[in-house]
Design a protein around this ligand. Structure first.
Ligand code: ADE
Length: 283
């Protein structure tokens, strides 16, 4: 059994989404489950070591993919990571493509989000006497995005396609969209669609974390008359499995880069310090 405590601060975290409930090739050295005022995280947080640097890995949907998108304890997840010392988060998500040129298996590093959740997920740390308002005009971290883009560019030879920007539509789910909705999202300029970018990205901002999502396209949702049909779970899982080698290489390359000494200020999210007006001390 792995140790259930870890006594060094961990600054970097990877959140794995559907089809990425572990990072193959990394050997965990501890498995910790911090308790938070918002409950327990989705799964025990695995501590892995990469180039001598500890990294936290959290499976968003639980170790056995047993937590639906609207049930993810996002506040506990973000608070638990922060309590370990985490300041930078790379979050993976399977997404549907809303654009012809974003093909299943492509990666997208989004720079915008449109919130189509229904307000039923607990979405803030700032309530019950704690008042705070964070800016969210740019929901992702441009510096982390630049690092991911650089790593993906180095993988081009392996046939990996990465789109450097895009708008994620985050819908409530768990049902997929209607065809009318899918077409409406296209008309809004949506690039991809998922059920998991929110409230995670908002909570990360409130916790003063640097946060960047990496989307992996698994389907064309239902707007396109795709051979093989409209999106279903089997399609998402099939493409996630087919893409797992690429995902693994990309995680490895991004972690290589983040673990470099020259990126230590970035990883500590110094540029986000104080952005939540100190409300973060409640974590
Ligand atoms: N995750 C993967 N594919 C999706 C889709 N088409 N809609 C919402 N979430 C998704």
């Amino acid at each position: 059994a792995l140790p259930t405590t870890f006594d060094r601060p961990v600054h970097i975290a990877v959140i794995g989404g559907t089809g990425l409930s572990q990072i193959p090739g990394f050997v965990p050295i501890a498995s910790v489950t911090p308790t938070t005022p918002w409950g327990a995280p989705s799964s025990p947080i695995l501590i892995i070591e990469h180039a001598g640097v500890p990294i936290a890995f959290l499976a968003r949907h639980g170790a056995h993919h047993q937590i639906a998108p609207h049930e993810v304890p996002a506040r506990a997840n973000i608070a638990a990571l922060r309590s370990l010392g985490v300041r930078s988060v790379i979050a993976f998500s399977a997404v549907g493509s809303l654009q012809e040129h974003i093909k299943p298996m492509d990666f997208v590093v989004p720079d915008q989000i449109i919130d189509r959740t229904k307000g039923i997920r607990p979405f803030t740390f700032f309530e019950g006497g704690v008042v705070g308002h964070v800016g969210f005009a740019d929901p992702f971290d441009a510096k982390l995005s630049a690092i991911v883009q650089k790593c993906a560019a180095a993988m081009k030879g392996d046939g990996v396609v990465l789109h450097k920007e895009g708008t994620v539509i985050c819908m409530e789910g768990p049902q997929f969209s209607t065809r009318a909705e899918s077409n409406m999202y296209r008309s809004w300029g949506g690039s991809v669609i998922n059920m998991s970018a929110l409230p995670e990205a908002k909570l990360a901002r409130e916790a003063e974390l640097a946060y960047q999502m990496i989307c992996m396209a698994t389907d064309y949702d239902c707007w396109r008359n795709t051979e093989g049909g409209d999106v279903d779970v089997a399609m998402v899982m099939k493409y996630m499995a087919a893409n797992s080698e690429n995902a693994k290489h990309l995680v490895g390359a991004v972690l290589d880069e983040l673990c470099k000494q020259e990126n230590s200020d970035l990883v500590l999210a110094k540029h986000w310090e104080g952005s939540a007006q100190g409300a973060v001390k409640f974590m």
